[in-house]
Write a protein that binds this ligand. Structure first.
Ligand SMILES: [Zn+2]
Length: 110
């Protein structure tokens, strides 16, 4: 789970904003943030959704290794796959040599 206290600080949110956003009692939110109270399963879902929706994600993306790189948000721990789109481009190996040759020739002649 997200470490709420630093997360709220980074987002510029108060515990009150947080409680209002989640539609939970302020005392419940304070318990989570200051006392390390673990939310109920139902509230954990709400909390995760709220954090992912409001987080100014700071993605740290793994070194490309295949078409998808795994990115992890440094702030909320959310994970997401990022496509290394350039690696998807493959030129056909059997391209017409004549067309390529004439294109190169007209270029160098100009
Ligand atoms: Zn995030």
């Amino acid at each position: 789970m997200v470490d709420l206290k630093p997360w709220l600080t980074v987002q510029g949110l108060t515990v009150r904003d947080f409680a209002l956003g989640l539609d939970i009692p302020l005392s419940t939110a304070q318990g989570w943030v200051y006392q390390g109270v673990v939310p109920s399963i139902e509230n954990q879902g709400k909390l995760t959704e709220y954090v992912h929706a409001h987080c100014a994600h700071h993605w740290v993306i793994a070194v490309p290794n295949g078409p998808i790189s795994e990115g992890v948000c440094q702030r909320c721990g959310h994970q997401k796959g990022f496509q290394n789109s350039m690696q998807e481009i493959r030129w056909p190996s059997n391209k017409a040599p004549n067309a390529t040759d004439s294109a190169v020739q007209s270029k160098s002649a100009a």
